[in-house]
Every structure is written in structure tokens, then in C-alpha cells.
Design a protein around this ligand. Structure first.
Ligand code: PA5
Length: 478
């Protein structure tokens, strides 16, 4: 039996959410949140829970059901991953935003931190893995210096099927493949896109690419648990069934509309209260290199979902809490000074790990220098965890709000839980702010302006609008 089906094992992998250091009892009345602040919000919280449930029941939030709805597609993904493993050396994701950050985060979390540098044997026979999530020509060109495209599969991921960056990457790769391989170029391209909308779906069907679909009700930044993230993960040997089981486990644990029994709802509630009290910044600080890119993924999720000009009633609100990425302990030596002594405008979320997947002893040495020798006999594991506790303490002492999510271990099950936790927290925060957490009009504006400037048909009016913008003054350029 797979370990993730064992209830005892599941329980042993349960995430913990510790918000003591958000509360007045700990952090002090001036900055801290009182229980009565939460109680006061109860009607609003219950309504938010009801509304979210109603949307889910109406099929608008299909990302919430991904742990349960994909048995066929998972089988297809596993078979495709096996085929890629047998026939190719390298797998490259072409995508941006929600189509890239999840695959990067999960790969970094689960696999070896120097995965691509391992021999194929040490990678378990799985292909090397790259994500091209920018259109920097130097980066794209550098990729072609280290891969053999004849042994590479490119996974073009775009929900809209029209994002300029991704489609440009696709055009470049397709051209190169055609030149090298002739008619068989299409065997090197897999498309992951919407089943009906956009241009990629038509191209993929016409040219015979293997296709995976991004279901309706699954926006870019909520898509890691659908083929967007599952295929790249499976191709690198990550157990996607366990990851989905972890997400389902979290879903089961956040059914209650009582925020004291619902981790993600409580997390959002505290952020909401803090935000209304001027905490405009949300820092995520994992104490594990493997979780570094979870903070990147979260930054997009939080920023793009919650940063909105208008609320659901069309009222101007200019809302949103700015996400910041940090890494423990590295950023203790850069950002923490600001967090400890700077303005009271942040909530810091630590992500901790009980058991790291490696243990390293710090050797004894320099008995004559006590300020060095005290380190000997400890482990790096103790050091990183102690530093996390010490930083929490320093923030507590400085009355800076902070909270901690702890993973017993980093594995597919706990990562599935974590992603789901953060997605539900974001959606619940969207309800509390009364905004649409699933659109991104500000991003669309930039996309449309790019189309117009590069001459995409249908964007002539936008081009005229852009041409009418004020000319820059020379004296302001020095
Ligand atoms: O979360 C989102 O919707 C966005 O960040 C998109 O993922 C990003 O803009 C890329 O869009 P697409 O997948 O349509 O290429």
C-alpha cells in the first residue's frame, strides 16, 4: 500500500499552523490581535465561508476539486512521463506566471537541490528539467548551449494560449525542432492549455502535439495541481498521486466554517485583521532551501489574486497586501534587520521543517577559542532550527506579527497540503476583501499593451491609445 493511504502516516505528516505570535497575549496588546477581534468578525467569516462553498458547489472553483477529479488524466500523465523518461534526456517547460512558478517550486521542494547536475543514474533515469519563464534572450540562448534539442521534450504551458512570452518561446523552439527533425518535430512538443479557448489548442490539434488540458475554473496561479504542475513533476519522478492526496487531506481538514478549526481560514482572517491595522506587507520566509521557490509561487498567488483596484461591487478599493520573499537563514543577514526594527507594517510567515532530509554534524574544533568551539557537537539541523526560533523570538520581542507553518518533512504529501493551504487562504482572503481573487485585469492590461506595440491584429485601438501617451521629457533623463 502506498504510504499516503495509511491514516497513521497521514496524521504524522499533518501541517501545523502556529499563530501565537499574532496574538495580543504573546505579542502585546498594541500590535497583537485579540480573540475578541476575531469573534467580532464571526458573521463576516461565516458569510465568506458560505460564499466560497456556494462557488465551489456551483463549479466555479474547480481548482479546489483537483485532488478528486483527475484519475484519468493522472494515468495519462504517468504514462506520458514514463514515455519521456525512456526516450528523452531533457524536459523543458515553456511558460510564465502560474504556468511556471508551480512547476519550479515543486521540483525544488521535492527533488535533489542539484537535480540537473546529478548523473542520469542518480536522477533515477529521469530527464533533466528546466523552466524558461522569461524572454531574456541571453537566458534562452544559454539553455540551447546546454541541451540537445533532439533529446528534449518541450512542454508549452499557457492557459490563454496567447501569452506573448510563451508563444514567442514556442515559435523559437518549433522552428529549431523543425529544422533539425523535419516532420517528427511534433513528437518533441507537448501542449498544456485550455480545451477550447486560445490559439495553442488549435495549433496543437492541427500539428498533432500531445495535449493536456487546464480545466475550467482553474486559473494560472491555482493550476499547480492540474496538468500544468503534474506533468512536469511526474516527468521528474515526483509522486503526483501523493501530492494530490496531500491536497485532499488538507481539504478534508478545512471544511469547518469555524476559523478556529480551519487553518487556511484562520490564516486569512489574521491577515485580514492585520491588513486593516496597516500591515501592508506579507513576508514569506521558509527555513529550507527546498522551499525557497514556494515563496516565489506564493508571492504571485497573493499579489495577483488580492491586488485589486475595484471590489466586487465596483467600488474603488486599491487593495492588496504586498508579498515579499525571504529565505531563512540567509535573509537574517539582510532583511531581518528591517523586519525587527523597521515599521510595524508586516506579517512574517515562517515555513519550518521538523525533519530535514539530511543531517550534518558540526565537528569539534578550536577548543581554545570558546566563541567558535561551542558550535562543535551540534548539527546544521539544530543550527537552522535554532536560528528560526531565535528570529521568531527577536520579532516577538520587537512586537512584530509573525506566524509559522511547519511541515513534519518536505515530501509530496506535505507539499500538496501546503499548496492547498495557501490557495484556500488566498481565496478566503479574497472573500473577506470582497474582491475577485481569480482575475488579473492589471496583468491583462500589460499583455494587451505588448500585443498592440508588437502589431497584433485587433489591437489597433490600444496602439492608438499608447501612441497618445505623453512624450518623455529629455531633461528628466540624465
Ligand atoms: O495566474 C495567472 O492567471 C497568470 O499569472 C498567468 O498564469 C500568466 O499570465 C500566464 O498566462 P497563460 O497561462 O495564459 O499564458
Amino acid at each position: 500500500m502506498s504510504r499516503y493511504k495509511d491514516k497513521t502516516w497521514q496524521e504524522s505528516m499533518r501541517l501545523r499552523f502556529d499563530f501565537n505570535n499574532m496574538m495580543a497575549e504573546y505579542i502585546g496588546e498594541e500590535q497583537g490581535i485579540e480573540r475578541k477581534d476575531i469573534e467580532k468578525l464571526r458573521p463576516k467569516l461565516e458569510k465568506a465561508a458560505e460564499d466560497l462553498k456556494a462557488k465551489r458547489d456551483a463549479g466555479e472553483l474547480q481548482w479546489m476539486d483537483l485532488p478528486y477529479t483527475q484519475s484519468e488524466v493522472v494515468a495519462d500523465i504517468l504514462a506520458t512521463a514514463e514515455y519521456i523518461k525512456e526516450n528523452f534526456d531533457t524536459f523543458v517547460v515553456l511558460g510564465i506566471g502560474g504556468s511556471a512558478l508551480g512547476p519550479i517550486a515543486v521540483q525544488q521542494a521535492i527533488n535533489h537541490l542539484h537535480y540537473n547536475e546529478l548523473s542520469k543514474e542518480k536522477r533515477g533515469g529521469y530527464p533533466r528539467f528546466y523552466v524558461v519563464d522569461n524572454v531574456d534572450p541571453e537566458r534562452m540562448s544559454a539553455l540551447f548551449d546546454v541541451i540537445d534539442i533532439e533529446k528534449t521534450v518541450f512542454n508549452v504551458i499557457t492557459k490563454s494560449g496567447s501569452t506573448s512570452e510563451t508563444m514567442s518561446q514556442f515559435l523559437i523552439v518549433r522552428d529549431m525542432l523543425k529544422e533539425k527533425l523535419g516532420d517528427s518535430y511534433n513528437e518533441h512538443i507537448i501542449a498544456t492549455t485550455d480545451s477550447s479557448k486560445g490559439n495553442l489548442i488549435k495549433i496543437a490539434k492541427d500539428e498533432g502535439f500531445k495535449l493536456f488540458y487546464i480545466p475550467d475554473g482553474v486559473g494560472g496561479r491555482y493550476s499547480e495541481l492540474c496538468p500544468v504542475g503534474l506533468l512536469p513533476a511526474a516527468v521528474c519522478g515526483i509522486d503526483i498521486e501523493e501530492m494530490l492526496a496531500g491536497a485532499a487531506f488538507m481539504d478534508e481538514n478545512c471544511k469547518s466554517s469555524n476559523v478556529f478549526e480551519n487553518g487556511p481560514y484562520m490564516a486569512a482572517t489574521l491577515q485580514y485583521i492585520a491588513f486593516n491595522a496597516g500591515k501592508n506587507v506579507s513576508v514569506m520566509m521558509p527555513y529550507a532551501d527546498s522551499l525557497k521557490f514556494i515563496a516565489d509561487w506564493y508571492a504571485q498567488l497573493w499579489a495577483e489574486s488580492l491586488g485589486k483596484e475595484v471590489d466586487r461591487d465596483g467600488k474603488l478599493v486599491y487593495t492588496g497586501q504586498t508579498p515579499v520573499k525571504a529565505l531563512g537563514v540567509t535573509d537574517q543577514h539582510s532583511q531581518i534587520q528591517l523586519y525587527t526594527e523597521g515599521p510595524f507594517d508586516k506579517v512574517i510567515t515562517f515555513i519550518g521543517v521538523d525533519r530535514y532530509r539530511a543531517s550534518i554534524d558540526i565537528p569539534h574544533g578550536y577548543g581554545d577559542i570558546p566563541a567558535v568551539s561551542f558550535l562543535g557537537g551540534h548539527t546544521l539541523n539544530e543550527l537552522i532550527k535554532t536560528e528560526q526560533m531565535a528570529t521568531e523570538y527577536a520579532l516577538l520581542k520587537a512586537q512584530k506579527l509573525n506566524r509559522t507553518i511547519t511541515l513534519p518533512e518536505v515530501n509530496e504529501f506535505t507539499i500538496g497540503q501546503l499548496l492547498y493551504f495557501l490557495e484556500v487562504e488566498t481565496a478566503f482572503m479574497g472573500e473577506l476583501l470582497n474582491i475577485n481573487a481569480f482575475d488579473q485585469p492589471g496583468v491583462e492590461e500589460g499583455k494587451n499593451a505588448t500585443y498592440a506595440m508588437l502589431g497584433r491584429p485587433g489591437y489597433e485601438d490600444k496602439k492608438a491609445e499608447l501612441d497618445g501617451r505623453p512624450k518623455k521629457r529629455e531633461e528628466y533623463i540624465i
